[in-house]
Design a protein around this ligand. Sequence first.
Ligand code: PEP
Ligand code: MN
Length: 354
Amino acid sequence: MELESILLPGIDPKRPLVISGPCSAETEEQVMTTAAALKKLGVKIFRAGVWKPRTKPGGFEGHGAEAFPWLKRVKEELGMYIAVEVANVKHVRESLANDVDIIWIGARTTANPFSVQEIADALEGTDIPVLIKNPVNPDVDLWIGAVQRIYKAGIRRIGAIHRGFSSGDNKIYRNLPQWHIPIELHRQIPNLPIICDPSHIGGRRDLIAPICQQAMDLNFDGLIIESHCNPEKAWSDAAQQVSPEVLELILDNIVIRDTKQSTESLAALRRQIDGLDNDLLELLAKRMRVSKEIGVYKKEHNMPILQAQRYDELLKDRIAQAEKMDMSGEFMKTVLMAIHEESVRQQMIIMKNP
Ligand code: PEP
Ligand code: MN
């Protein structure tokens, strides 16, 4: 993909790119007070939900176009860029008509290719930057598909937002981070900037700082953090919004590790890892060959593949050995079970074939 590297003029290229503002634009005063405090911190892109996707009806669903005059004030009086979520063609048209600088596609919308395509068609001929949140379900192809639809509409300033994935098992996080998914997205589209949304991942104020740090350690490009002048009283997502003062603390405490300085010694260490992985693979292949020979023997002597006692002894022995070598027994058990499964699979093939 030939993407433009600068999303908006005047935005500092150094990490992290910061987008902040309330979950929803609630009142003109809330918008102006929050934005003015954020501007003082150096935040240049102000987010505010104008149309809010709510899980159940009855919650605050946003003021819609009524909120645009407030956002216009933020733009004109404070000189900040404005970012708004769009979920359909009408939202796109109204955002464009109201000089929104950057739009994002929400997680529920990204999950639906029909909706993304409609938005892409409405964007044809424009060049507004578009940020695409991951779909609610952990499907990297669906996320990439959404990026491709927007790209095919001619948009060249595209970014991704990682906001975590819905799960029934949300004990700590509101949405599980499943970091391997944005990492895979980055592997497939290396020049696509990825912004982390710790607010929707964590769902709780106290989780924002550690998630920001993790995102920076994983080399994410930016952060989109919900902030509110009076977070406890927010009309939506009150538990996860922070005041601009807390945002300042969070940003000040993030450690940005120097990628350049460490890459040389890292490269040497990585070469060692590559070599060791290679040795591991060779050894595993050798082990499989021996295991196949055992398979042949068992077949000739009409013996069953699985010999439970031997397997049990082997597990216990290796787990004890691993623990002596400073590895967790649980880890060794997982590795051995996976190796055993593959051994059994290979022996089954021998049993079945004449
Ligand atoms: C939001 O950014 O306020 C929002 C609704 O996010 P998501 O689409 O990630 O749920
Ligand atoms: Mn929100």
